[in-house]
Design a protein around this ligand. Structure first.
Ligand SMILES: Cc1cc2nc3c(=O)[nH]c(=O)nc-3n(C[C@H](O)[C@H](O)[C@H](O)COP(=O)(O)OP(=O)(O)OC[C@H]3O[C@@H](n4cnc5c(N)ncnc54)[C@H](O)[C@@H]3O)c2cc1C
Length: 456
């Protein structure tokens, strides 16, 4: 494309347009996963909804690839592209809370840190991710799994309405009353249907929680996973949290001589009455003595940012994921073989519970289909040095291959690597055909294809 065309883009938007000629281009093209090294023609830092409309129009009119970036956490790097336009929403991150209606409206580029800080001021929260730097946008559109999902459902289950710029450059509202098919598809269908410039969420009274990480010796891992499987099936829904294979980071609450060793951890989040918290955690505690722990009352945003330092920008990422209905003894045996081999302090494997309120939504009520699954697993490979890519990717793949036979065919789209595009149909089960028909209606030419793509 000749330079004058980019000049037109400059004229059409209020936010900065960054190209390879600009200082800051290399910084602006980065996404969270440092393995992704792409060179877009232009990065538009949208300042408002008008900029979003203009960038969408510009990409469509010039037949350019369009990447939509919220928090930039997509592991396959969907938030950037070669040769196309990156629509970077990070400048649009305001959050407004209506405490009397118990709702909040977040702009399309807000992170969970932005969101939780705003809502916690009113003693309110909704289900979001476990790391504060993840974007509200990508996480919610894929479903949204986090500490609060057993009690309040997935993030997308709390989405009341969305303001969307569709492929034709028009602003449309999606809710139960308006464009109900689009509203259905946005709740789990990923970034396939348009650019969401605002998300309206239902909030719940959650201010301080009781929780944090507990580290147990690896020889307790089998008992812990079996106890977790039984207990979480009927545990009070105020209990969230997950088991993890985790190398001990150099934190003051962990004995120094144990830093760098692998453990089985349990990260807890109790949102019920404080004086009932320890009773709720007792079945997990009774498995074995903890080697180290940092458990107690804290504001919900403190837990949401407690592990941010383990996943700074600039790591290499390779992830695999599955939904699990029954965590069988054979599955646990596979975890016991591969989990303790976790190769880097940043890497981990989590088994998130997605029962409770998530199960009270029917499989066809939202695009997120796996409403009978009890768990979502993620094998999250994250490490600093590209020289270690092969060994770390191997760990993720071996672990995945050992656990996949004990899992559902599909997995959570937000936990998947770029080489999982072949699993899209399985990820949506019976909802896939309906997603295709909504895609045909709102994006017939597949302008929004840099995602876990539903082809029109
Ligand atoms: C460190 C880390 C922790 C994570 N923890 C969790 C977790 O606890 N729970 C969980 O469910 N997931 C989690 N994830 C996965 C996360 O949900 C996905 O990576 C998600 O895509 C991140 O959204 P983002 O906006 O940050 O990403 P981006 O890379 O900015 O966006 C990813 C894709 O989402 C779409 N998108 C983003 N914003 C918009 C928007 N406003 N409008 C339209 N499309 C948009 C686009 O298709 C975009 O390409 C985590 C990921 C990382 C790296």
């Amino acid at each position: 494309m000749a330079a004058p065309t980019i000049a037109t883009l400059h004229d059409r938007v209020r936010g900065p347009v960054i190209t390879a000629d600009d200082e800051g281009y290399d910084e602006a093209r980065k996404v969270h996963n440092a393995m992704i090294d792409r060179r877009p023609r232009a990065i538009v830092r949208a300042a408002n909804v008008g900029d979003v409309m203009a960038a969408v129009d510009f990409a469509r009119e010039n037949s350019l690839a369009l990447s939509v970036r919220g928090g930039g956490h997509s592991v396959p790097g969907f938030g950037t592209c070669d040769d196309g336009v990156v629509l970077d929403l990070s400048g649009m991150h305001s959050v407004w809370v209506d405490p009397s209606a118990r709702t909040a409206r977040a702009e399309g580029g807000a992170t969970w840190g932005d969101f939780n800080a705003a809502t916690n001021a009113f003693g309110l929260a909704t289900t979001g991710g476990i790391i504060s730097t993840t974007g509200v946008g990508g996480l919610t559109l894929g479903g949204g799994i986090g500490y609060l999902d057993r009690g309040f459902g997935l993030s997308c289950d709390n989405l009341l309405s969305a303001g969307v710029v569709t492929a034709d450059g028009r602003f449309q509202v999606a809710s139960a009353e308006e464009n109900a098919d689009l509203y259905w598809a946005l709740r789990g269908g990923g970034g396939n249907f348009g650019v969401v410039v605002s998300f309206e969420f239902r909030l719940h009274p959650v201010a301080d929680i009781y929780g944090g990480p507990m580290f147990f010796e690896l020889d307790a891992a089998g008992d812990l996973l079996r106890t977790y499987r039984e207990y979480i099936a009927t545990a009070p829904e105020q209990l969230g949290g997950f088991p993890a294979f985790q190398i001990a980071p150099p934190l003051p609450f962990i004995p120094e001589e144990r830093h760098g060793e692998p453990f089985i951890a349990f990260v807890a989040c109790w949102t019920g009455p404080m004086d009932e918290a320890e009773r709720a955690l007792a079945p997990i505690r009774d498995v074995a003595p903890t080697v180290a722990e940092h458990v107690g009352p804290m504001p919900y945003p403190a837990l949401n940012s407690a592990f941010d330092a383990l996943v700074p920008p600039g790591l290499q990422h390779y992830w695999k994921a599955n939904f699990v209905t029954e965590l069988t003894d054979d599955a646990i045996a596979a975890h016991l073989e591969h989990g303790p081999k976790v190769p880097a302090v940043n890497s981990t494997m989590h088994i998130y519970p997605i029962n409770g309120a998530c199960h009270r939504v029917a499989s066809d009520e939202t695009a997120f289909a796996y409403r009978d699954a009890n768990f979502a697993t993620v094998i999250a490979g994250m490490w600093p040095d590209p020289a270690d890519n092969e060994a770390n990717i191997r760990w993720v793949r071996d672990y995945y291959e050992a656990t996949a036979p004990h899992s559902e065919e599909g997995g959570y789209i937000n936990f998947m690597a770029g080489d999982d595009q072949g699993r899209i149909r399985a990820n949506y089960g019976g909802n896939y055909d309906r997603l295709v028909s909504v895609k045909r209606r709102y994006d017939p030419d597949n302008l929004f294809h840099l995602n876990q793509n539903i082809r029109p």
